[in-house]
Ligand binder design. Structure first.
Ligand code: PGA
Length: 248
């Protein structure tokens, strides 16, 4: 049985005081035990957020990391650093990293290896642009990303990781893929994992949908067989809205 994961990706939002007050608000609410909740916060907030959530069942993640363990890489954060403060998850290859910061599949593959080496669970993002969707190339694009990004990653690791399907045209735009379209792609991804690995891996990997998920559409999305959760940006920045998402 795959436990659904609802993860709030705060992106570059909130200063520390605002972030902690959001965490305090979430902490006060009752969250479903059948769902894993995670907050993916800015680097500057991680230590304090971990501390604030110390007795809670809420996972904590980082939004990015570099693949080297240490060294002369000014401005970067290593997997060892994240592990040393008890970070559970790290997002790898969010479309904003791919598009704005030009992160390519070769780099993302290195980051995935490094996350596993450090014992941090990666949430690998994939998804097509509007143009690729209009050209009917969405599946090819997603297949290409996943195949490249997972190169030489052993199946035991893949079975534990999370893939987030996030069509780029649906991120922060208010436009969501229909639950049926999201399911079609998530099922395509699951079958691809079956082809690349085996049936056990295919059945155990968690696949999320992301892109304008909100309390109004989460239920419909979560009813789908191959969707094991959501990666949520905008709607995770308000306590009540995040709690509604977790308690869908
Ligand atoms: P959104 O962002 O929910 O604001 O569309 C999702 C994401 O980028 O992970």
């Amino acid at each position: 049985m795959r436990k659904p994961l609802i993860a709030g990706n705060w992106k570059m939002n909130t200063d520390l005081a605002e972030g902690i007050s959001l965490i305090e608000e979430i902490k006060k609410c009752e969250l479903s035990q059948n769902v894993e909740a995670a907050v993916i916060v800015p680097f500057t907030h991680l230590t304090k957020v971990k501390e604030t959530l110390s007795n809670c069942n809420i996972s904590v993640g980082a939004q990015n990391m570099y693949y080297e363990k240490k060294g002369a890489f000014t401005g970067e954060i290593s997997p060892i650093m994240l592990k040393s403060i008890g970070v559970d998850y790290v997002i790898i290859g969010h479309s904003e990293r791919r598009q704005i910061f030009h992160e390519d599949d070769e780099l993302l593959n290195k980051k995935l290896h490094a996350a596993f080496d450090a014992g941090i669970t990666p949430i690998l993002c994939c998804g097509e642009t509007l143009e690729e969707k209009q050209d009917n190339r969405a599946k090819d694009r997603v297949k290409e990303q996943i195949t490249e990004d997972l190169k030489n990653i052993p199946k035991e690791n893949v079975a534990q990781m999370v893939i987030a399907y996030e069509p780029i045209w649906a991120i922060g735009t208010g436009e969501t893929a229909s639950a049926d379209d999201a399911e079609t792609m998530c099922s395509f991804i699951r079958n691809l994992i079956g082809e690349l690995y085996d049936n056990t891996t295919k059945q155990s990997i968690r696949i999320q949908y992301g892109g304008s998920v909100k309390p109004e559409n989460i239920k419909e999305i979560m009813e789908k067989e191959n969707i094991d959760g959501a990666l949520v940006g905008g709607a995770s920045l308000q306590g009540d809205s995040f709690v509604k998402l977790v308690n869908f």
